[in-house]
Ligand binder design. Structure first.
Ligand SMILES: Nc1ncnc2c1ncn2[C@@H]1O[C@H](COP(=O)(O)OP(=O)(O)OP(=O)(O)O)[C@@H](O)[C@H]1O
Ligand SMILES: [Zn+2]
Length: 877
């Protein structure tokens, strides 16, 4: 059932994440395919794209070409992506069209190191050599003409671009530089003219090199996907784009998985780091899901595809990164609009400085003209315009590499401002892998087998984590779900689900659904499972079954929360689950049950939205992390909504602003840290570029107009800004430090996995392969007992105040306890018609004994600072 469900979900994801319609294209892929030729996506490195001004030019050049459907220009990485029909228009045709306008385009080869290491053009080299020779002019005066030759030698690329820009009535940096060169030459400063050309083109080249280095990272996202696949049944080799959904493809050891799918045969360890940033291999057996671009390490697997190549997760990721580059952030919009006025203003100023003395008949004209040239060179706000997009691009790329997909520069900036982090519980703080403690029949209306059949059949239509547990539980009792017998399936967000089987309407869910559907009078006592969630089954108005289930915290959840708190961020839990379950998770997170500063339980999706709004108003910019469908509205309402990617629901992924590709919540503090770093980088970039300009202008105003210094300030700061932004690509020590514990655990897991791989390779058999789970046990929520002297059995009595009834809500089992402060219930279900026995204020004591089971036993409440690392419940009173 998991397979079919996932497929549905996959379909939904596909529907939600349809390829973006790029400018110029009006329809989706399907239409294109139907009309004959296949659309292809070609990536071009276009060095001539340096400001957003070139975007329009590229679009104007390419969109009229027959066979080109859409053009996307990514300024930060100087990339142009062309959707075209290769039969109608070839790569070289596109490249030529761009190069005619002097844009220096070349087709990016897949997997290649892009253009890194490329030599400067002949123009740059020629102009440099001539300039060098001209320096000997003091010895041999005629050599000074070589400087003029140097300026001319380097000018053609500038001229071509300036003419192309002028064609669309734009004044670009090339035109400004050429004007300055011409001016300097006219004044007889040949060396100055040559210096401008040489400095400018060298800096451009270096900048392009740096950008190419940065965008190589993006290319590597997709380059891992093989271009051909082997069909498992026939052994036939076909292009990856021709593989249909449902085909079975063979993936041998050492090959990358070509398309998203389900393992149907074989077994292997798969390295998913390209997608999740998680560096240890994940064992895959049928029916595990695998994703395109991940690496099959050591075994053969057959994969039934669940998506077309262009709709694979990695392709969608790539689209998101591309879109993110195109979306301009607040800061960037501000800078761009300033830049729009800055250039014309300075050009007009330069013009008047040059003309006024002439008109007024001032004595010496030359210094005025020099001042005008300096102003002209300073009129390009290139560094300022670059200061944000390059930093944003590098940060987004860094985020993608660590398995966090951020959908734009704005989100990145907001991430750096976060003051509150709200977490959903199930599937975010906890693993979302429930285990069933009890499953009872209530009354004598049905048999247990019948009940299990109903529950598993209806639950197999739900993607809630509890559903999986209930279906597995039924299977363990030899009852197979029959989803086809269910009609009228319905989801009640925050409550549960319902469906009809053989004319009976069955409801499954929490107390709210009980209130909605039943006319019962008693609620069964669910025994001693404190902190478990209680579920009910109602058939045609009668309560017929009840069950209790719970799940444990994720690895790293506690560290993530600690990290966020150490960064001065308030942490909050917003859960649809019961208060008892919330309190149990809180307790598992440590810090004496005070890890999260606020707990809000039993929330409907609308309550989550309201609380997010409240947090925003009360404490500042709010981040929300969630996985479920019920979280989607809250994710959208938060300043930054983060969804749990591959494990979460499609709805959450769609509405969120960022997605964690792995389920490692430690990426949340890391992403916030990255956001803060990006903000700092942008601030430094902006001040450096503004500062340099101001210094040159001040120098000029002080009658010291130095033209080459102005050029250096212009292109030099551009280069500086690019290089400084690229520091973001490097892993920051604070990011590594964030959650130092789990990092160590991951290292262990990695080395264990590697060792097992080596063992497997040397003796040819898998032997006793230790999965990553084994290696990571030390980083479980519950700290592993350390000092043996602390593990001596001792009896501790923990007093837990029983939860009081709030506003006449049903009390559930009547035995749920809560140990955490500030447990609130936002809303109460309408009081069911007399279904609950009310509860008074009570204290419940648990007698516990310390134990060292390492991974916190399910029933072991643990209190920090009581000399007991872990404890086992002996009995409840
Ligand atoms: N498919 C289901 N089967 C049984 N119970 C369900 C189902 N879906 C929801 N419920 C009940 O409704 C409650 C609220 O569900 P909801 O999805 O809003 O939150 P949750 O996933 O439990 O917690 P969180 O909000 O922390 O993710 C659950 O705790 C559960 O008791
Ligand atoms: Zn959840």
């Amino acid at each position: 059932m998991a397979g079919s469900l996932r497929e549905e979900e996959e379909e939904e994801r596909e529907r939600l994440l349809l390829p973006p319609v790029a400018p110029g294209g009006e329809d989706g892929d399907d239409d294109g395919r139907k009309t004959g030729g296949k659309w292809e996506k070609t990536y071009l490195d276009v060095l001539g794209v340096c400001c957003s001004a070139e975007v329009a030019l590229v679009e104007r050049l390419l969109t009229p070409i027959h066979g080109v459907r859409a053009v996307t220009v990514l300024v930060p990485s100087r990339t142009v992506i062309v959707h075209h029909d290769p039969a109608a228009v070839s790569h070289s045709h596109i490249v030529k069209a761009l190069n005619r306008a002097g844009l220096e385009a070349s087709v990016r080869s897949y997997g290649g190191g892009v253009v890194a290491g490329r030599w400067p053009s002949a123009y740059v080299l020629g102009s440099g050599a001539l300039l060098l020779a001209s320096l000997f002019a003091p010895l041999l005066p005629p050599l000074r003409w070589l400087a003029l030759a140097a300026a001319c030698a380097g000018a053609p690329p500038l001229l071509r671009r300036a003419v192309a820009a002028a064609g669309r009535l734009a004044l670009d940096v090339n035109a400004l530089m050429l004007a300055a060169v011409a001016g300097a030459a006219a004044l007889g400063d040949f060396a100055e003219a040559a210096a401008i050309v040489f400095l400018f083109s060298t800096a451009e080249w270096l900048e392009a090199l740096a950008c190419a280095r940065a965008s190589a990272g993006m290319a590597s996202l997709m380059s891992a996907v093989p271009k051909t696949v082997v069909l498992a049944e026939t052994g036939q080799v076909v292009g990856v784009r021709d593989v249909e959904v449902g085909a079975v493809v063979a993936v041998r050891a050492g090959e990358a998985v070509p398309v998203d799918g389900v393992v149907v045969d074989g077994q292997s360890d798969v390295d998913e780091s390209s997608l999740t940033g998680e560096s240890f291999p994940v064992p895959k057996l049928p029916p595990a899901l695998v994703w395109a671009g991940t690496m099959n390490l050591d075994g053969y697997i057959a994969v039934r595809t669940t998506a077309l190549a262009e709709n694979s997760t990695v392709a969608k990721m790539e689209r998101l990164v591309e879109e993110a580059q195109n979306s301009r952030s607040k800061t960037q919009r501000l800078i761009d609009s300033c830049a729009k006025y800055y250039t014309p203003a300075v050009v007009v100023l330069a013009g008047s400085v040059a003309l006024l003395p002439l008109l007024l008949g001032a004595g010496e004209v030359k210094p005025w003209l020099q001042l005008a040239l300096v102003l002209l060179v300073s009129a390009c706000p290139c560094a300022l315009v670059l200061s944000t997009p390059v930093a944003t691009f590098c940060a987004l790329l860094r985020a993608a590499r660590m398995g966090v997909l951020i959908k734009g520069g704005d989100i990145l900036e907001s991430l750096g401002e976060i003051r509150v982090a709200a977490f959903d519980k199930t599937g975010t703080i906890t693993k979302g892998e429930f285990s069933i403690h009890e499953f009872h029949v209530v009354g004598d209306k049905v048999e247990i087998t019948q009940l299990l059949h109903w529950v598993s059949s209806i639950e197999s239509k739900s993607s809630h984590p509890m559903a999986t547990a209930l279906v597995d539980y039924s299977r363990s009792k030899s009852i197979q779900p029959k989803p086809e017998t269910v009609t009228g399936f319905r989801i009640y967000p925050g409550e549960g689900i319902s469906g009809e089987i053989n004319g009976r309407r069955i409801f499954i869910g929490n107390r709210r659904i009980l209130a909605r559907s039943s006319r019962c009078s008693t609620v069964p006592d669910m025994g001693d499972h404190r902190g478990a969630s209680i579920g009910y089954v109602v058939c045609d108005g009668d309560l017929v079954g009840a069950f209790s289930l719970s799940d444990d915290c994720r690895t790293g959840a506690a560290e993530a929360i600690r990290e966020l708190r150490s960064m001065g961020i308030r942490t909050v839990m917003l859960t649809g689950d019961s208060r008892a379950a919330a309190a149990r998770a809180q307790e598992q997170l440590g810090l004496g049950g005070g890890a999260l500063e606020e707990l809000h339980a039993e929330l409907l999706p609308s309550d989550k939205v309201a609380l997010v709004g409240d947090l925003k108003a009360r404490a500042g910019p709010t981040l929300m992390v969630g996985d479920g469908m019920n979280d989607a509205p809250a994710l959208a309402a938060a300043d930054v909504g983060v969804s749990m990617g591959l494990s979460g629901s499609a709805a959450a992924m769609e509405t969120s602003h960022a997605t964690l590709m792995s389920s490692d919540v430690l990426r949340v503090p890391a992403a916030v840290a990255l956001g803060r770093r990006a903000r700092r980088t942008i601030a430094v970039n902006v001040s450096v570029s503004v500062g340099a300009k101001a210094a040159v202008l001040a120098l000029a105003a002080a009658w010291r107009p130095v033209l080459w210094a102005a050029v250096l300030a212009d292109v030099g700061t551009c280069l500086l800004v690019v290089l400084h932004s690229m520091l973001l690509l490097r892993e920051n020590e604070t990011e590594t430090r964030r959650g130092g514990g789990p990092e160590a655990c991951r290292a262990t897991a990695r080395s264990l996995a590697m060792r097992s791989q080596l063992a497997g390779a040397s003796d040819g058999a898998a032997g006793s392969v230790q999965g990553p789970g084994d290696g990571a046990e030390g980083c479980h929520c519950c700290p592993k007992p350390g000092n043996p002297s602390e593990q001596e059995p001792s009896v501790v009595v923990i007093d837990i105040p029983a939860e009081g009834d709030v506003g006449g809500c049903c009390g559930g089992s009547g035995k749920e306890g809560c140990a955490a402060p500030m447990v609130t219930t936002a809303t109460c279900a309408p009081a069911p018609r007399g279904c609950c026995t009310s509860k008074g204020e009570r204290r419940v004591s648990a007698r516990t004994e310390c134990c060292d089971n390492g991974v916190g036993a399910r029933d072991s409440p643990r209190k920090a600072g009581q000399g007991c690392k872990d404890s086992k419940v002996l009995f409840w009173r």
